[in-house]
Design a protein around this ligand. Structure first.
Ligand code: NAD
Length: 334
């Protein structure tokens, strides 16, 4: 029997919560019945019933899931609140401020028997899904190496990150906040990451964390690649893909351009024509996937326990940079 529409509530209605709310409005299987933000006026903008406290929201609303779009420092507390009520959770990245809290989130959900799915939209950008499919079909032969470059120019000058000013005081910034997306996307392409060697530095002196990093990662099957990022130059204008990616195999090269097009050996083979939504409408695609998984009871690609493998690479990268050595991801996971 087909289920009714899932009743969801959005917690956190800031910059990204509003993007998620817009994507939910285009998913007919879901109704966002209520919203919560410490700033009540923000919650009022996205749902018919608004709350400033998550406790009150969960007390009053019969819900199938909550969608948490607050920053990482509140995630464990909010996951615990939802778990106590038996409500499934979708939660934004970064998963948590540290490894201990990330593991506690997964355990709180498991103990209560609720789902915890991380909102990781990057791997849902259509050019990456297409590239993965083509690589699987043998377009470049046996993959040998790859380079994913994340680029944006919003972190320069005395007032960087105007859209997300909280970035300025984050002690861990680029790897934790942004390159985590690319690491997760690399896992989607080539499986789990076994080890990482990281270099990082702060270039803009007005911020607390790092804004330049290069990560050499080795996958479990020995393939290795590079994830490299910075946000203080504008070598390319902000673009749909926020950077580009190169995949090389023993039978050719595939380039995902900053505009989201695919070039095979420099020839255009797939054109990005998606004009709506966030970065190739990846938020909508990710949310659709979550709904299918919640409705059908099948695991999501970014189920909490599975996503710990991405978060562990982030942790390993910071340890690598601090200790100037290659760090095995097992050191974090065990
Ligand atoms: P924001 O500050 O604009 O919005 C967060 C909102 O959450 C604020 O309105 C705040 O009042 C509210 N809030 C915080 N704690 C709360 C609590 N306990 N209860 C109720 N409301 C609470 O931040 P943002 O830029 O929207 O980022 C939110 C999250 O989304 C971050 O974790 C960020 O990393 C992530 N994000 C992800 C992507 C992506 O591509 N996946 C892009 C941007 C931001």
């Amino acid at each position: 029997m087909k289920r009714e529409r899932l009743r969801g509530a959005l917690i956190g209605c800031g910059f990204f919560g509003r993007i998620q709310a817009e994507a939910w409005s285009r998913i007919p299987e879901v109704e966002i019945v209520a919203a919560c933000d410490r700033d009540l006026s923000r919650a009022r903008e996205v749902a018919p019933r608004a709350y400033s406290s998550a406790e009150e929201l969960l007390e009053r609303e019969p819900l199938d899931f909550v969608d948490i779009a607050t920053g990482p420092e509140s995630h464990l507390e909010l996951v615990r609140l939802a778990a106590q009520r038996g409500v499934d959770v979708i939660c934004q990245k970064p998963m948590a401020p540290d490894w201990t809290q990330a593991v506690a989130m997964v355990e709180a959900a498991a103990t209560a028997g609720v789902r915890l799915i991380l909102h990781e939209n990057w791997r849902w950008q259509p050019w990456y899904r297409e590239a993965r499919e083509r690589i699987r079909q043998g377009l470049i032969g046996r993959p040998v190496t790859y380079l994913i470059r994340l680029r944006r120019g919003d972190g320069g000058g005395p007032e960087p990150y105007r859209q997300q000013p909280y970035f300025r005081s984050m002690p861990r910034l680029l790897i934790f906040e942004t390159l985590v997306h690319a690491l997760d996307t690399a896992r989607m392409f080539f499986g789990d990451i076994a080890a990482v060697s990281a270099l990082m530095r702060r270039v803009n002196p007005v911020i607390a964390g790092e804004d330049h990093a290069a990560l050499l990662v080795r996958h479990e099957d020995a393939l290795f690649g590079i994830v490299d990022g910075h946000r203080f130059l504008t070598p390319v204008p902000d673009s749909p893909a926020m950077g580009d990616a190169f995949f090389e195999g023993d039978g050719g090269r595939l380039h995902v351009t900053a505009e989201g097009h695919l070039l095979h050996n420099d020839r255009l083979i797939w054109e990005n024509r998606i004009a709506r939504g966030y970065r190739g409408d990846s938020v909508w695609a990710a949310q659709r996937h979550f709904v299918e998984c919640l409705s059908n009871g099948v695991p999501a690609e970014s189920e909490g326990r599975e996503y710990l493998k991405t978060f562990a690479v982030v942790e390993a990268a910071y340890r690598s940079a601090a200790e100037e050595r290659l760090v095995s991801v097992r050191e974090i996971l065990s």
